[in-house]
Structure formats: C-alpha cells, structure tokens
Design a protein around this ligand. Structure first.
Ligand SMILES: C[S@@+](CC[C@H](N)C(=O)[O-])C[C@H]1O[C@@H](n2cnc3c(N)ncnc32)[C@H](O)[C@@H]1O
Length: 212
C-alpha cells in the first residue's frame, strides 16, 4: 500500500493506547465470527483491515492468502498485532494511522473490512469516515462493516461515551447508491468466549459489493 500519513489523531491514539496498556491482549485472539462467515467464500486478493486492533483478523486473512494492510490508531495494539503475525509466520503491512489521517489508494482494495472499528465522527453528521471506507473498495470488491447491535445507549452515555458519535453499519448502508449491491444487511447472534466485548451477543453486519 502506498500512502502517506501524518500519524493518527493524538487524542484517539492516547485513548486507545491506554486501553491496550495492560500486559496481555484484551480481545479474544480469534478472528471475528462475522469476518470468517462473510469472507471464507471469497477469493483472496488485497484487503484493508480498518481498526485492526491486536491483529487476529489480519493474521487470519494473511494465513488464507490475502495481501493484508491493516491500520489502527494504537501503536500498542499494532505491536501486539505484529507479534501475533510473527508467531503465525505471516506477513501483514501494519500502519499506525486513523482512517481519516491517511491517504489510502482510491479503489485500492478487493476487500475493506471494518470490525467494531470505533470510528468516531469528526463532527455530528460528518460522513467522511463512511466515505473513506467506500472509496477504498476496488470495483468488484467487497465492503464488510460489522458492529455491535446491542449497545445500551443510556448505559454508554453514563459511562461517558455516546454511541451516536461512532460509525455503524446502518450509517454506511445509507450512503450506498446504484454503484453497489447490498449482499448482507442484518442483525445476527454472535458468540465470543473470552476477551473484552464478549458480553455483546448481537452483531450488525453489512456486506456490499462495488459494481462500478
Ligand atoms: C473495538 S476495537 C476492535 C479491534 C478489532 N477490529 C477487533 O475486532 O478485535 C476498535 C479499534 O479501532 C481502533 N480505532 C479507533 N479509532 C480509529 C480510527 N479513527 N481509525 C482506525 N482505527 C481506529 C482502536 O485503536 C481499536 O483498536
């Protein structure tokens, strides 16, 4: 991937580095179930993993022959992800960047995957992140966006974060025009045995293919 990056937004990087600061990984270490279900049947080409975290998806994709670029705002997470890839004997291009802080190659990826990516809107109503996801998908390629569908909004606001500030699959779906075919747009159960987020039991899944 050729892109330049001034680096991620320092506040976002610091917030996520702090979340990853403990000694062990925070997620399960397994690829996300929705990714496995939606991608297993696709022929591997190039993929961009947006908000790759500790890299379990990127490693799984690379092991299946995908040429993987993965980006995240957290350097701590990326170091852990790189260690996971080394242990698995696979190559991944890691990028310390936020989705909107980097120049992605237009239509550059056969698959763009964003799994619970925590993409905060720059401002209310700003759809730059959604547009960046769409613009990165090659003609003929696939966009896969997955998020939790069972977030308790009131509880989240009490804890200091507003889910409305973050991009979810429905937000991306609203921007799809005739250049796209929606292949999956649904809520479905999810089961994760361990790690932060394992209390979430419902996914929102959007898979769309770019026609032109
Ligand atoms: C809930 S975690 C999900 C990680 C991974 N996709 C997974 O499923 O295990 C959200 C990730 O998004 C990253 N992130 C937050 N803001 C981002 C941004 N603007 N661009 C890219 N990644 C971002 C965080 O650092 C974090 O690793």
């Amino acid at each position: 991937m050729t892109h330049t990056s001034p680096g991620p937004d320092p506040a976002a990087a610091a917030e996520w580095d702090e979340r990853y600061a403990g000694p062990g990984r925070i997620w399960s270490g397994e690829p996300n179930g929705a990714l496995v279900a939606e991608v297993e049947g696709l022929a591997p080409t190039t993929v961009l993993d947006v908000g790759c975290g500790e890299g379990a998806d990127a490693v799984w994709l690379a092991a299946r022959g995908w040429r993987v670029s993965a980006l995240d705002v957290s350097r701590v997470a990326l170091e852990r992800a790189a260690g996971h890839a080394r242990g698995a004997g696979v190559e991944v291009e890691w990028h310390h960047a936020g989705l909107l802080d980097t120049d992605l190659p237009p239509a550059g990826f056969g698959l763009v995957s964003a799994q619970y990516p925590a993409l905060r809107r720059p401002a209310p109503g700003d759809v730059a992140a959604e547009r960046a996801l769409l613009a990165a998908v090659a003609v003929g390629g696939t966009l896969l966006v997955v998020h939790h569908a069972d977030v308790d909004t009131e509880h989240a606001r009490t804890a200091g974060f507003d889910p409305a500030d973050y991009v979810v699959p429905d937000d991306v779906a609203r921007l799809l025009d005739d250049d796209w075919v929606v292949e999956v747009h649904e809520k479905r159960p999810r089961r994760v045995a361990s790690g932060a987020g394992s209390h979430h039991t419902t996914d929102a899944v959007l898979r769309a293919r770019r026609l032109r």
